[in-house]
Design a protein around this ligand. Structure first.
Ligand SMILES: Cc1ncc(CN)c(N)n1
Length: 264
């Protein structure tokens, strides 16, 4: 059985939101000064490492993904991003100030207007149109991820929501950056655009959400910080499962085709 997450005193009582000072050499001191989100990242490091090594991510690097895998990913991610937009909407309804409202609003526009590009890249390589991959039902792992985000959004505070959303841009930023560094893709690489989209762009939103969470988490009691960490780690695990779902063409054990027909 999975063990409950436990975080050290530095994590629970450290100066979340304090500047991350590079020049401090003593590790204990670094820990006690660490930003809350830096500590989250450290806790989730084994999951990030597993994601970088996942065969779907390796397949982007090597340009070896099968058409069916790309199609399955885009079908699922289109619906996942629709849910992400809804969660930002709920987050806006829980904000007190316009700065955070504006940030979430910008992110909704980013998903609607720009995050179509990496999907289009996958569609072009698979030889299908984007439109024909829209409106499909969620596979088990994508369903789990969407339900996790929506449950946190409905039941939690604004801080809970940001903790659950943050792994989405954060993992993709790091994947994109690593792939750009490792592959140094030529424009002829099939996933040149995908790597540049995430490697060049998403770090901005990751940093903005991190700053917000560092600031909002600082005054919270330890038990609430622990809950934020659990939301964050669960979303990181579900990021891994999403890649795995796409790679293995995951579906329900006994798909019911009539259900699709009723939806259509
Ligand atoms: C499942 C998932 N996670 C993250 C991202 C990057 N925004 C995405 N498009 N899809």
């Amino acid at each position: 059985m999975a063990k409950p997450l436990h975080f050290g005193a530095a994590f629970l009582y450290g100066r979340a939101g304090a500047p991350c000072l590079d020049f401090i050499e003593n590790e204990a001191e670094v820990l006690s000064m660490a930003c809350f989100t830096e500590e989250l990242r450290r806790t989730a490091d084994p999951i990030f490492t597993a994601i970088f090594a996942h065969p779907f991510v390796r397949g982007i690097a090597e340009g070896t993904l099968a058409k069916e895998q790309l199609i399955h990913y885009v079908k699922q991610d289109f619906e996942y991003l629709n849910a992400f937009i809804r969660v930002y909407g709920i987050a806006i309804s829980k904000c007190e100030h316009r700065d955070a409202m504006a940030l979430f609003n910008e992110q909704i526009s980013f998903i609607l207007d720009s995050e179509t590009h990496p999907h289009q890249n996958f569609c072009d390589v698979a030889g299908v149109t984007y439109e024909e991959l829209q409106g499909f039902s969620l596979a088990p792992s994508a369903n789990h991820y969407v339900n996790h985000m929506l449950t946190v959004a409905h039941e939690g505070t604004r801080e809970d929501i940001v903790a659950a959303l943050l792994p989405c841009p954060w993992t993709y930023t790091e994947i994109g950056r690593r792939l750009l560094e490792e592959v140094k893709p030529e424009p002829s690489h099939p996933f040149y655009e995908w790597m540049h989209f995430y490697g060049d762009r998403e770090s901005g939103i990751t940093m903005q959400l991190r700053r917000l969470l560092d600031e909002w988490a600082e005054p919270l009691p330890a038990a609430h910080k622990q809950r934020l960490a659990e939301h964050f780690v669960t979303s990181c695990q579900l990021e891994y499962m999403f890649w795995d779902m796409a790679y293995k063409l995951e579906d329900w054990p006994a798909p019911v085709t009539e259900a699709e027909a009723v939806r259509a």
